[in-house]
Design a binder for this molecule. Structure first.
Ligand code: HEC
Length: 144
């Protein structure tokens, strides 16, 4: 039953439900912040899409995430920040794995790939992110 619901959805894949604000290089902390807000929105769409068995929403959200993490990885590479390069690479891989799982109708692999993706958020945030008093987030002092 679960499998059939997914199969019905996979037939209707469309791109860009949530959208990616920019596709160019992330130049600075402001650009990075905008990219992370996009990551947050798209990951939310992927998670709720999985719960709703909405293959189109999951595919478009994860494709956006692959594209954003590509840029995030380049940002860390340009600054030679190893833990960030690794985490961004793993995030990109986990997002691609979700796309492949849907394409191959390997629906039993979806939750695992989503959880791996979520794990990359936590590890990179623990390493580099701090909360701003009064709201929002930024890079820890001295990282950039
Ligand atoms: C390679 C490192 C890295 C990975 C992976 C990563 N993040 Fe981030 N993220 C950061 C850093 C650093 C910040 C703080 C800087 C900022 O907010 O501009 C941040 C900030 C954020 C913010 C706060 C943006 C704001 O200011 O409102 C959100 C939301 C967010 N990340 C979501 C996610 C989610 C969801 C994932 C996983 C799907 C993820 N991130 C994966 C590095 C990463």
């Amino acid at each position: 039953m679960r499998k059939q619901a997914w199969l019905a959805m996979v037939g209707m894949l469309v791109a860009g439900v949530v959208g990616v604000a920019q596709s160019d290089e992330i130049a600075n902390a402001e650009g990075f912040d905008a990219a992370m807000k996009d990551v947050g929105k798209n990951f939310g769409a992927v998670r709720s899409g999985m719960e709703a068995r909405d293959g189109a929403a999951v595919t478009s959200g994860t494709e956006n995430l692959v594209a954003i993490f590509e840029r995030v990885e380049a940002f860390f590479e340009a600054r030679e920040l190893e833990a960030g390069i690794t985490a961004a690479g793993e995030a990109k891989q986990a997002a691609s794995d979700i796309v492949s799982a849907l394409e191959n109708q390997a629906f039993d692999q979806l939750a695992g790939a989503r959880d791996r993706l979520g794990g990359t958020c936590r590890s990179c945030h623990t390493e580099y992110r701090e909360e701003i008093e009064g709201g929002g987030y930024r890079f820890k002092d001295g990282v950039l």
